[in-house]
Design a protein around this ligand. Sequence first.
Ligand code: CO
Length: 134
Amino acid sequence: MILDIDHVGIAVDDLEGSVERYRRTLGVEPSHRERVEDQGVEEVLFAVGTSFIQLLGALGADTPVGRFLATRGPGVHHVAYRVDDVAASLSRLRSEGVRLVDEVPIRGSRDTTIAFVHPKDMGGVLVELVQAAR
Ligand code: CO
């Protein structure tokens, strides 16, 4: 079951510069920063209501976000839905024939459990499912 939009992930070339721009222009303060080596990203979250804007900097060129930046440039990278049970959501999507990036849930930042769903079956949008830490 989808509970909310958890975050919108935005790929940026210059993480520190982008954080400063968000602070100045939108008047929001970063609420969390985390380096996720598994995914090759450093992320900064800004709380907006019950959701977040997530700025994503690549830890190298040969990472998913690094490749995204090289081919498409900075911009919206994925939309993440907060769900109550990632495994149950994956089962449902699989039974509907939706292609999955992650066949089983993996660990995300903030001790969340996540999985990515292939953009080809989601209208060209990379979708992430996020289950909050218990
Ligand atoms: Co995300």
